[in-house]
Design a protein around this ligand. Structure first.
Ligand code: SF4
Length: 304
């Protein structure tokens, strides 16, 4: 059954000159058939470089918007338009404008897990991988950081000279990973290293041997001489970790690490999207240009 669906998807991708992107948190079978897997921004940047006319984005709404911002000449399909991100929805452009009015001299650093409109009202974007470099690149001492309080507070620990105005947004999936769950796994696997995402609650990050983005997790686990890892991020990451590291063991830190939105997209949804060439995600040109400027500011920050 799946094989027939996969073949139909492949045929339609070819017919429409389309590229299939899957975020690291997607279902295994969706990652398996994707042309490119990765984190949200890396996917959009890779897709922009391709000659494809159509991007099929297996992820959530803000990711498809980022693809539309970076590839205005391509059609962007989001197979499940109901796949949102609760954290991205925790701040609106109006709320951000009110915060800016209260702190007019503070630049706004916006995590890419945000709507296109919020990005358009920001000075610079960041990812979980480059947030510290982005913050260090700012001349101002005071800054506004939205929407993720956990990523913001994690970065703030390394730049005590800066004053952060945090937004109290958070990822419900990562916040469901409790200290108790992690300590239980550590007790069951005393020989394992614990690595977690900076979207985790501070008291959980404090227990980690390493805190990093999803792309950082692939690199770190591959390069580490350790054989066993407790993974503190969404369960979808296990697919590629296990595929790329057959001699190593990966244990999910908590059974609660499933993002319901990331798990919505099925192969049937991908097929239906390609058959109907919908739903299309668009961003108005006014928002797109401003959001693109905030992303470009981030990309201009030297990597090292
Ligand atoms: S894992 Fe968290 S940040 Fe990612 S889409 Fe789900 S709720 Fe949003």
């Amino acid at each position: 059954m799946n094989d027939s669906i996969k073949q139909q998807i492949r045929d339609l991708l070819k017919k429409h000159n389309a590229v299939l992107l899957a975020h690291n948190y997607m279902r295994d079978e969706v990652q398996e058939i994707a042309d490119i897997t990765g984190d949200s921004l890396a996917l959009s940047m890779e897709a922009a470089k391709t000659r494809a006319d159509v991007i099929v984005f297996c992820g959530v709404q803000f990711m498809a918007e980022s693809a539309a911002i970076l590839s205005p000449d391509k059609k962007v399909l989001l197979p499940r338009p109901d796949a949102g991100c609760p954290m991205a929805d925790m701040v609106t452009a109006e709320e951000l404008e009110a915060l800016k009015a209260a702190h007019p001299a503070a630049p706004v650093v916006t995590y890419v897990n945000s709507s296109a409109e919020v990005k358009a009202h920001s000075d610079i974007c960041c990812t979980s991988a480059n947030a510290l470099k982005v913050v260090r690149s700012l001349r101002e001492e005071e800054l506004i950081f939205v929407p993720d309080r956990n990523l913001g507070r994690w970065v703030a620990k390394f730049v005590p000279e800066k004053r952060f105005i945090f937004w109290e947004g958070f990822c419900p999936t990562h916040e469901r990973m409790t200290v108790e769950a992690v300590l239980k796994k550590k007790a069951e696997h005393p020989d394992a290293l614990f690595v977690c995402h900076p979207e985790s609650a501070p008291e959980v990050s404090a227990l980690a041997d390493h805190v990093c983005s999803t792309s950082g997790m692939y690199d770190w686990c591959r390069q580490s001489p350790a054989k066993k890892f407790i993974i503190g991020t969404e369960a979808g990451i296990l697919y590629k970790l296990r595929l790329e590291n057959p001699g190593k063991e990966f244990i999910l830190a908590s059974p609660a690490l499933f993002c319901p939105n990331m798990k919505l997209t099925s192969l049937e949804d991908v097929l239906h999207s390609l058959q109907t060439m919908s739903p299309v995600v668009t961003v108005s040109e006014e928002v797109r240009v401003k959001a693109r400027a905030a992303l470009d500011q981030m990309l201009a920050v030297p990597r090292d």
